[in-house]
Ligand binder design. Structure first.
Ligand SMILES: [Zn+2]
Length: 259
């Protein structure tokens, strides 16, 4: 096997293994529990998960989605989160190769996966991820030439500031609280990791994806505007889209006007 294939397989396994850790974060962080101890237990009977059943994706398949001790069903979301993070990491490796950029964006995207599922479950984006994320993103900008500390710093201010403005205007006109503080800190973190150019793209893309999915859900559920959909997952989708296709989409958009 060529080294590239071996690295590609390794990147998928790395992503899936970290996905297994993300599952722990997704379930324990919102409850304020430690993510280090105790070791994984069945939520139904409390039996300890055996190490070989903790193998990403495969463990769940071996158990056929049931606890070995009490037979309680184990959510298919566990292997799905592992698979998703594995594929995302593989895609990052195929795009950026074995590089510092790959490592930094791997950490960033893993954080986005955890944030997405926590926001879907609880409508919150934990500060323990987004605030250190802003600092880590800014620190990484010093070693990533395509990013640069100035673009990262402006990204933090533009990301946080623009959503803060939207939230403020929304409250001013509707007298209701719309955009959560968590979304503001999340976009600041994205600006830190991806630079200021990503901010307008992410706002536009996430609003577009959010409206399409929001309207679809309302039509399916026949509810009128009372559906509370968290915005974090759409911001995350916008950021991932920017990483893989941002340049291509912006170039395509700009050439539209030149025609
Ligand atoms: Zn059990």
């Amino acid at each position: 096997m060529s080294p590239v294939v071996i690295f590609a397989i390794f990147s998928f396994l790395l992503g899936a293994a970290v996905g297994s850790f993300l599952n722990v974060c997704i379930y324990r962080l919102p409850a304020g529990e430690s993510i280090v101890s105790p070791p994984s237990r069945c939520p139904a009977c409390g039996a300890r998960i055996r190490p070989w059943h903790n193998i990403p994706i495969l463990g769940w398949l071996i158990l056929r989605g049931k606890c070995r001790d009490c037979g309680a069903p184990i959510s298919p979301r566990y292997p799905l989160v592992e698979l998703l993070n594995g594929l995302l990491t593989l895609a990052l490796f195929l795009k950026f190769g074995p590089s510092l950029t790959f490592l930094v964006l791997f950490v960033f995207c893993s954080a986005l996966v955890a944030i997405t599922f926590i926001d879907l479950d609880h409508q919150i984006i934990p500060d323990v991820i987004s605030l250190p994320g802003i600092v880590v993103g800014f620190a990484c900008s010093f070693v990533l030439p395509w990013l640069g500390w100035k673009s990262s710093l402006i990204g933090i201010v533009a990301g946080g500031g623009s959503l803060l403005l939207v939230a403020w205007l929304y409250e001013l006109f509707t007298k209701k609280e719309g955009m959560g503080g968590g979304d503001i800190k999340l976009l600041a973190m994205m600006g830190a990791f991806l630079g200021w150019r990503s901010v307008p793209f992410i706002i536009f893309a996430s609003s577009l994806i959010g409206s399409v999915i929001g309207v679809t859900l309302m039509l399916i559920q026949k509810k009128d505007g009372k559906l509370a959909i968290p915005f974090g997952p759409f911001l995350a989708a916008g950021a991932v889209l920017y990483i893989f296709y941002g340049k291509a989409i912006i170039t395509w958009y700009l050439t539209l006007g030149a025609r």
